[in-house]
Design a binder for this molecule. Structure first.
Ligand code: ADP
Ligand code: MG
Length: 242
């Protein structure tokens, strides 16, 4: 079971950003994409999730064999795709807990009560040594970088998706938050989940060893390899990929 990205060409506002990307996200594996700023990593994540601004002009996205190239975002979420955002927005007046419950009920089709959902959430949070005081706060309002990211991971572990796309989940976090995030990911990672980790820096991959590493540049995958490739980039920079 996997997501297959085949010869994907994507345009944003009339400009071609992705120029024939081929990549697989296989269940039970952590796949990493590294690449310099502006290379198209977030464009790929947003396109996979079905963001309407990103137009697929050529190529295909298959989820467990099913063509989802033109499926709307909510359908993709129901099929088990999850995207964490690089810059989560602040929503005042919406508590973290109620946001998570709404998302959980929408995606699973269940109708968990506030009390039952709270129980589920607290259980998951205590496993990760996360302070449940976070749940009572407004979504992302006044959150530190680390808190925002922890909140994303909380989303991830409550929704328990088949495929998780983590776009720079490590950016703007200190080492402590990084560990919580990596531990959170490891705690839910199993043979039934495929994870795509998009990162600019190697540091995150020190905690979370990828099975496969892809290097993206100027809208194309220019190199692929195993965990050693990520390490090589860390030591020698992106020029080794050219
Ligand atoms: P990365 O995540 O690798 O830093 P992005 O996918 O964010 O790269 O950006 C790749 C290119 O696409 C950039 O030149 C960026 O300006 C452009 N781009 C991405 N999203 C948009 C958008 N919503 N509107 C206009 N241009 C965009
Ligand atoms: Mg990006």
């Amino acid at each position: 079971m996997k997501i297959e990205i085949k010869n994907l060409h994507v345009e944003v506002e009339g400009k071609e950003i992705l120029k024939g990307v081929n990549l697989e996200i296989i269940k039970g594996e952590i796949t990493a994409i590294m690449g310099p700023n502006g290379s198209g990593k977030s464009t790929l994540a947003n396109t996979l999730m079905g963001h309407p601004k990103y137009k697929v002009t050529k190529g295909q996205i298959l989820l467990d064999g099913e063509d989802i190239t033109n499926a709307p975002a909510n359908e993709r979420a129901k099929k088990g795709l999850f995207l964490s955002f690089q810059y989560p927005s602040e929503i005042s007046g919406v508590r973290v807990s109620s946001f998570l419950r709404t998302a959980y009920n929408a995606v699973t089709g269940k109708d968990l009560s506030v009390v039952d959902f709270h129980k589920l959430l607290k259980e998951k949070m205590s496993k990760l040594n996360m302070d449940s005081a976070l749940l009572k706060r407004s979504l992302n309002e006044g959150f530190s970088g680390g808190e925002k990211k922890k909140c994303e991971i909380l989303q991830l572990i409550t929704l328990n998706p088949k495929y998780a796309l983590l776009d720079e989940t490590d950016s703007g976090t200190d080492v402590d938050a990084l560990k919580v995030i990596a531990d959170g990911i490891k705690s839910i990672m199993d043979k039934d989940m495929g994870i795509l980790v998009i990162t600019h820096y190697y540091r995150f991959l020190d905690y979370l060893t990828p099975n496969k590493t892809y290097i993206m540049q100027a809208g194309k995958i220019i190199k692929q390899g195993g965990p050693e490739l990520a390490k090589q980039i860390e030591e020698q920079g992106y020029q080794i990929a050219q």
